[in-house]
Ligand binder design. Structure first.
Ligand code: ATP
Length: 386
């Protein structure tokens, strides 16, 4: 098993005691009839009661993976366990899963209360009992005052809450959410993602949330699973994914990073020295990956950990610096985004986020020759293979 997929997120304290909904995928694959391999031999461990985000570009297989966990798609190979039980071949109800869909899939002719109670009716629950259950959940999502309305009489955010109520009324141990915020405007999206996170903590069940939005995943998840062409590129906490992307793909996809490279010219127990193009030299912490003299190593430096200052061409280039020219300045309030055309053909475009006060204390201007620099321990070696 790839070690990057066995990351255990921290146990989540819930208001309801023991957390439920641990999911384990082992060698899970899906090959469609036309030969498309949507999910390719995936191993993944999701802790009970945690919030997991499956993140990746369109077509990387996240929805297919979610649908296989939900029981809406049959795997071509591998195993799925929920709370230690093999669930392949079982219905969503037997698995304890419920799905919340992208478009909410509400019945337009049914009231909020009847939409929420609908699945309980299908299950054969008596009317007074199912309405009582529906009202309890409607209260949980703060829609009691609107329980008699039709979906068409609700805002996007309210419809999203009805969809959530409809999923949780089934008392799932794993709630699967397929792009749950994509239909909302920016303001509501930020509000609702906070509400989803609070609801997950309150219910104490596992949420598996599919998104292609990096910041959404980082904001809500305990565990972020970055996918690439049906495989897991990295599975880790949001902090690790952001600060220590393991591959060039993850660094580029998560954003906020500059990716540079050089050839290994020196190795010590704790550090690696690289020779960049045009004579630049870079020093970075040595990690567990094999690094040999002469090997080309890619590494990332966070945009907010790069400093930019005026350059003196007469001075020799110190380690962990690059010369370049300021292409663009964009004021972002708390920082200035400084886009550079560097002299290094391996990293022609670098971006630095310079904290506002630091920038205006010693400003640079568009077109100016500058030097960007960073501390050796801000650089992280990347593996090129996904
Ligand atoms: P998106 O963000 O666009 O929804 P995704 O990451 O969720 O993308 P999937 O919907 O899982 O991706 O699709 C993964 C791959 O499988 C894609 O190449 C897609 O075209 C293919 N695929 C999905 N469903 C089918 C199907 N029923 N038959 C054949 N190929 C399919």
């Amino acid at each position: 098993m790839d070690m990057s997929t066995s990351f255990p997120p921290p146990a989540v304290e819930t208001s309801r005691g023991q957390a439920l909904g641990g999911v384990v995928l082992a060698g899970l694959s899906k090959r469609y009839a036309d030969g498309t391999v949507a999910v390719d031999d995936v191993d993944l461990h999701i802790e009970p009661g945690s919030y997991c985000c499956l993140l990746g570009p369109s077509g990387c297989g996240k929805t297919t993976m979610l649908r296989m966990v939900a029981g809406h798609e049959t795997p071509s190979g591998g195993a799925i366990q929920i709370d230690g039980k093999n669930v392949i071949g079982r219905s969503p109800r037997q698995r304890g899963t419920a799905m919340m869909f992208q478009n909410y899939a509400l019945f337009p002719h049914l009231s909020v209360r009847d939409n929420v109670a609908f699945s309980l009716r299908v299950r054969g629950m008596a009317k007074p009992e199912r309405l009582r259950e529906a009202d309890r959940v409607i209260e949980q999502v703060q829609l009691t005052a609107l329980a008699s309305r039709l979906p068409g009489q609700l805002s996007g955010g309210q419809q999203q809450r009805v969809a959530l109520a409809r999923a949780i009324v089934m008392k799932p141990t794993v709630l699967l959410l397929d792009e749950p915020l994509s239909a909302l405007d920016e303001f509501l999206r930020l509000q609702m993602r906070g509400e989803l996170r609070s609801m997950q903590r309150e219910l104490g069940i596992t949420f598996v949330h599919v998104t292609h939005t990096q910041l959404e995943a980082i904001a809500v998840a305990d565990q972020v699973v970055v996918m690439d062409k049906g495989r897991i590129a990295q599975s880790a906490s949001p902090q690790q994914i952001y600060a220590q992307p393991s591959t060039e793909y993850v660094a580029a996809f998560i954003g906020g990073q500059n990716v540079l490279r050089g050839q290994v010219t020196g190795l010590t127990a704790g550090s690696v020295t690289l020779q960049g193009a045009r004579g630049a030299s870079f020093v970075l912490p040595r990690d567990a990956a094999t690094q040999a003299l002469g090997q080309t190593v890619a590494f990332s430096v966070r945009r907010d950990r790069m400093a930019v200052g005026a350059d003196d061409e007469a001075l020799a280039l110190a380690p962990n610096t690059l010369r370049g020219r300021v292409l663009e300045l964009e004021y972002q309030g708390i920082y200035m985004k400084v886009s550079l055309a560097t002299d290094d053909p391996d990293a022609p475009g670098c971006v630095a986020y310079v904290e506002e006060r630091a920038f205006f204390k010693d400003p640079v201007s568009v077109g100016q020759r500058v030097r960007c620099r960073w501390a050796a321990d801000e650089a992280r070696a990347l593996s090129t293979a996904a």
